[in-house]
Design a protein around this ligand. Structure first.
Ligand SMILES: [Zn+2]
Length: 231
């Protein structure tokens, strides 16, 4: 679909013929397609990359290429990782010599997106491991249990070999956003996990109503994890 043909119908600006050479226009179009980047910002970024040293643009292009090649979901929890296991899951693997690992793989905190995980990690309030769903159930948008990373979570609970460090999962904490979809996802998971006899809790309601976990402050996250309650 040609950029801007269906959106921004009211704008005369996008309908006008482009003053830029095709190569520059293409870069502007690619940048403007990013979330949160308007036309003006896209133009500013394109000219910054055009006027600066060639290394700046090359470094950006190679960083994007490297990220796309290397970063993939952790094979256990779905967190972003440059290796088969993410940093958190690696820290839950027992150390040689019988020393206790830094993270407790028997407690799994379920979040919707990697950014929720990063916010909780930044608070330093949690020493268990995670499971990233990569979304939430939304019947209205046609997102069902098979569309997000639920099967792998249940497999971790069913088979300790699928969990970090090969440890049985003792408790699952639901760290979903307090939205209608987050609640629906929590109810579904609590039922499935309940059948398996694993303890299910959820973050205390210290989070701003309708807010997002990744916006919450460090203190709010600490309270939410400390004050978690049974589902
Ligand atoms: Zn992981």
């Amino acid at each position: 679909m040609p950029n801007g043909s269906s959106s921004r119908r009211g704008s005369q600006r996008t309908a006008a013929p482009t003053p830029y050479p095709q190569s520059v226009q293409r870069a502007i179009d690619e940048l403007a397609a990013m979330p949160g980047i308007g036309r003006r910002t896209a133009e500013r970024l394109a000219f910054y990359l055009l006027k600066g040293k060639p290394e700046v643009a090359q470094s950006l292009a190679s960083a994007i290429g490297e990220m796309r090649t290397k970063a993939s979901p952790c094979t256990i929890c779905g967190n972003l990782a440059d290796e088969p296991l993410c940093r958190v899951c690696r820290a839950a693997v027992p150390l040689p010599g019988g020393e206790a690992p830094a993270r407790d793989a028997s407690v799994v905190l379920v979040v919707e997106q990697p950014r929720d995980l990063f916010a909780i990690e930044a608070s330093g309030a949690f020493k268990g491991v995670y499971h990233v769903l990569m979304g939430r159930l939304s019947p209205l948008e046609g997102v069902g249990p098979g569309d997000i990373n639920i099967a792998d979570l249940l497999a971790r609970v069913d088979d300790p070999k699928r969990n970090a460090g090969g440890l049985p999962v003792r408790e699952v904490i639901l760290g979903l956003n307090p939205t209608l979809e987050g609640d629906a996802t929590g109810l579904y998971l609590a039922e499935e996990l309940g059948k398996r006899g694993v303890s299910v809790s959820r973050l205390a309601r210290g989070l701003p109503s309708g807010g997002q976990i990744d916006w919450a402050s460090k203190a709010v996250l600490e309270d939410a994890i400390e004050g978690r309650r049974g589902f």
